[in-house]
Design a protein around this ligand. Sequence first.
Ligand code: UGA
Length: 449
Amino acid sequence: MKISVIGTGYLGATHAACMAELGFDVLGVDIDAAKVSALGEGVLPFHEPGLPELLRKHVATGRLRFTTSFEEAGAWADVHFVGVGTPQRAGEHAADLTYVDAAIRSLAENITKDSLIVGKSTVPVGTTRRLRDIIDKYRDPSVSVGLAWNPEFLREGFAVRDTLSPDRLVFGVDNEADETVLRSVYAQAIADGTPVIVTDFETAELVKVAANAFLATKISFINAFSEITETIGGDIRTLADAIGHDARIGRRFLNAGVGFGGGCLPKDIRALQARASELGLDRTMRFLSEVDSINLRRRDRVVHLAESMLGQLLGKKIAVLGVAFKPDSDDVRDSPALDVAVRLFNSGADVAVYDPEGTANAAKRFPRLDYKGTLEDAAQDADLVLLLTEWNEFRALRPEQLAALTSGQRIIDGRNVLCGDEWEAAGWEFAALGQRFVPAGELADALMR
Ligand code: UGA
């Protein structure tokens, strides 16, 4: 079986390399010629642990190739996976389906043998049936072109592992023959015990957005409690641990902090609300607007804490550690860390930024921040240090390591990964999201009264 993968971003490039690892001949297709040529030379244009090795290995054997030609893909492959982006539409909540529609149409126009198109992109419910019509309009009537929806659940930072050993496979199909093709593509994972859910198109589309909406809600749930513990006292980490012991709740995705970002959770909860409204269900997903607001208020909280610690931001030196939306990624799309850094800069602070992988992408979006190559350079002479992405390098930070560099001993832990007692014992003013914070000045005033 020959496989093409349309779209070579995080999802497509990973899927293509993993399909080659499983022994298939694979052709990656993208309209971005520069990306195709880099990938064809075994160069991955983004950071994803374990993927560069897989890419180089299979480019070298010739099992994995890349092209910009739909004509080539349409004549060659038996199964075409579509993993192009579905970003948020500018100025709207709805998903932009331009790339999906274009990819499906180009495939339909160029397929010259019986084949199956398998959608992997995250799409609003109802999309697959609409795409079926596009295929039927543009395909050569003498060839049969099937369509299935097979949502992807990989996480950035674990993309290879999640693709080769997924925790479930969802096949949205309308006939058994297409299910059989998908079962043979994923034969290895199925033999390893991965559960397979075979369902209709709508359910398959909904599984993906429901999963992301649930994860976003879980994060905002604990972050809502942060607003309470910040006001009255209490320990947000202990609260998460304690409720997490209940197997019905579970501890994962209950890490309080500066909140969720990235290319998926934020835009997916917005697109789901937009789709529900289109279906006349305005109230159904309205709670997700609250989930979104709680998430965005976390960023306000960090800026507010910085102001409380520094009195004013104008002219103050602030070291921001982390700009990627999460560790082990160089992705800065909708990154809470980058947003906070920019807001501090816009308030007149002198912001030095360090991230092990994310600075190049951040600099493309916001060139005016002062990007540094090391943690030490960023922290040099800082009045305040902010930890906003929990890379291991930052989790391991010790007060004595920074004390020699910074000019003030103030730190905000935006990801709840440091031990506040240790920093306070070393003489630092320490604040963390979800913890009550009383600025040193106000504490002294209160003691005087
Ligand atoms: C997410 C889903 O987890 C994947 O299953 C899905 O396939 C993917 O979106 C997608 O739709 O393509 P990803 O965007 O890679 O994956 O990132 P997550 O690991 O879900 O983290 C999202 C954000 O939530 C990050 O900013 C992270 O820092 C934040 N987060 C996560 C928290 O603030 N607290 C937590 O407890 C967990």
